[in-house]
Design a protein around this ligand. Structure first.
Ligand SMILES: Nc1ncnc2c1ncn2[C@@H]1O[C@H](COP(=O)(O)OP(=O)(O)OP(=O)(O)O)[C@@H](O)[C@H]1O
Ligand SMILES: [Mg+2]
Length: 456
């Protein structure tokens, strides 16, 4: 458990003893940089003013490092908590920038020599890149500069806890980046940084934890990614997800993506085409009774039977990942004397028993999701079938081959898959043949001639 710095129990507050603005807040704030979000009027500013001791709870308790803040004066609290106001005009009152920044330092450390207070103030102004404006009147500067000056004033006080109320207001991209770096650097120094924000992209980039306020209560609290994953709950309280997360969801990326780097990694690690993710398909070729069972009509026997569990495991993985499982098996017409594969070999795969998937493989497939069965009567699963069309409709570009026989139907299917441009993966523990030399030859052909990945 992270060590709690601020412990808030059943906090209630009302400005006028009539309307409750905060309705029983319970929170434990630790060193994780924490963002507070919520629609206008949710009570966020009121909450941080209570933490800072500028308002007193109507009910409940705020503990700071184990001490009840009720017992601490505003001056004592000021030594521990710095609050940068939402509106800098509410904070700034001195006639020069340097005096403004020095004011807080002199308040928390009355004994500090003036020259030291001045150099500390200038260091803080350097952090916000405004040291060159130190002798100007803050009210001659822009709103964004005044916000940065109010940030410098609080940083200069070197408090353990720093609370920002809407730090990105009026900031352009450079200003936001600067504030982001300040927040990260304060946090790296071991300070607790809390910030109220309306900019969700900024929250996603900077904060580990997010607390969502709505109408005076906390409705969500947790790691940034898991809070932002709650799209519907956020919409209910008029909040949106970070834009990059929305984009990733539009593209149906599997993972929740918080920032641009995560998006790029996810994009690179997966294949996307036409705006959606490319899928994989497991092709189970001829793994049917007649080819596998001891008394099958054209059995490959024990080597084929040994694949059963491996194929079951692959089926589960593919279906769990939302990929496809496609059964492609021989289905011959007993009377078709023109079909060579019917006449060159003993009669096989012509009835229900002979065409049924072998053993437990049939039961392992959830046939209600991402499953297809295709009949063939040539070696290749593609020849004379709709397989290519079905795969393209499903955005499949990667085929995983299992079944029998490695050097006959698997090989012919792999050759057609190669010609049609599919990425081919052959599972060595998922393919077998009655002919060991043929099996070995086909494995090397997949790798060396068809560019397939052969994995075990
Ligand atoms: N000094 C005050 N006196 C009376 N009511 C107030 C006062 N300050 C705020 N309120 C009311 O308290 C409620 C919460 O205000 P608060 O400023 O805490 O919300 P907020 O979540 O910070 O909103 P925003 O995102 O707009 O800054 C609002 O209804 C507001 O009108
Ligand atoms: Mg506010």
């Amino acid at each position: 458990m992270p060590i709690s710095i601020i412990e808030i129990n059943n906090l209630h507050f009302s400005y006028d003893n009539k309307d409750e603005i905060l309705k029983g807040i319970n929170l434990s704030l630790d060193l994780r940089p924490t963002a507070i979000i919520g629609q206008n009027g949710a009570g966020k500013t009121t909450f941080v003013k209570l933490l800072k001791g500028l308002l007193r709870p109507s009910q409940g308790r705020i503990m700071l490092n184990g001490l009840d803040t009720e017992s601490l004066s505003v001056a004592q609290l000021a030594k521990n908590i710095g609050l940068i106001f939402q509106n800098p005009n509410d904070q700034i009152f001195k006639n020069t920038v340097i005096d403004e920044v020095m004011f807080g330092i002199l308040q928390v450390n009355k004994k500090i020599p003036k020259h030291l207070a001045k150099s500390t103030a200038l260091d803080a102004l350097k952090m916000v890149r405004l040291d060159h404006l130190s002798n100007l009147n803050p009210y001659d500067l822009s709103l964004s500069d005044r916000k940065l000056i109010s940030i410098a004033s609080i940083i200069a006080m070197d408090t353990q806890i720093i609370i920002f109320d809407e730090p990105t207001i009026a900031q352009d991209f450079t200003g936001k980046l600067l504030i982001q770096n300040i927040i990260k650097s304060l946090s790296a120094q071991g300070k607790l940084v809390i910030s109220i924000l309306h900019d969700m992209d900024f929250v996603a980039d900077c904060f580990e934890r997010v607390v969502v306020f709505s109408k005076g209560t906390v409705i969500l609290d947790g790691p940034t990614k898991s809070v932002f994953a709650q799209k519907n709950l956020l919409l209910d309280v008029y909040l949106e997800q970070p834009h990059i997360m929305q984009l990733a969801q539009e593209l149906k990326m599997d993972d929740n993506v918080l920032n641009v780097d995560e998006f790029i990694n996810n994009f690179k690690n997966n294949n996307y085409s036409g705006g959606s993710k490319m899928k994989k398909a497991l092709l189970i070729i001829d793994y049917v009774y007649d080819f596998i069972a001891d008394d099958g009509n054209l059995t490959c026997g024990k080597p084929g039977q040994a694949l059963e569990q491996n194929i079951i495991n692959l089926i589960k993985t593919f279906q769990q990942n939302g990929d496809f499982v496609i059964e492609v098996s021989d289905n011959h017409d007993e009377s078709d004397v023109y079909n060579k594969e019917r006449t060159m070999f003993p009669l096989h795969c012509f009835d229900q028993k002979g065409c049924k998937l072998y053993g437990e493989v049939d039961n392992a497939i959830d046939k209600n999701q991402n499953y297809l069965k295709i009949n063939k009567n040539r070696y290749s699963a593609f020849y004379g079938t709709a397989l290519d069309l079905k795969l393209k409709e499903r955005n499949v570009n990667e085929l995983h081959l299992v079944g029998v026989c490695t050097d006959i139907c698997i090989l012919h299917t792999a050759i057609d898959a190669y010609n049609l441009g599919y990425k081919i993966v052959v599972h060595e523990n998922g393919v077998a043949s009655f002919n060991p030399a043929g099996h070995e030859y086909a494995l090397s052909h997949f790798k060396n001639v068809l560019g397939a990945e052969v994995i075990s």
